[in-house]
Design a protein around this ligand. Structure first.
Ligand code: FES
Length: 95
């Protein structure tokens, strides 16, 4: 009998580094889900591509219309959904 054990997400290489710099975008007031897996076609916003990965999106609320939010695209920020500079360690990564 074979038993396959998946050790969390490292077996899948997730979260995927979607980019090595943040998305700088304007957003209207509203509720959003930040993609934490890096697989979303609408990244940095969740499109439910995380299903089956064990990762979940991060809910955040934009209370006023904003012109320039820096949302993490490397998926390694310690302050989701915002960029905290963690991407700097991936600058030489090939995506
Ligand atoms: S893009 Fe992830 S910390 Fe900056």
């Amino acid at each position: 009998m074979k038993i396959f054990v998946f050790t969390l997400l490292s077996d899948f290489g997730l979260p995927r580094i979607a980019d090595t710099k943040p998305a700088e975008i304007g957003m209207p007031k509203g509720d959003y889900l930040w993609c934490s897996c890096g697989l979303s076609a609408k990244d940095p916003i969740c499109d439910k591509a995380h299903k089956g990965t064990g990762l979940t999106p991060y809910f955040f609320e934009v209370t006023n219309d904003v012109e320039n939010l820096k949302l993490c695209m490397c998926k390694h920020t310690k302050t989701p959904p915002f960029c905290d500079g963690s991407h700097n360690r991936f600058l030489n990564e090939k995506l």
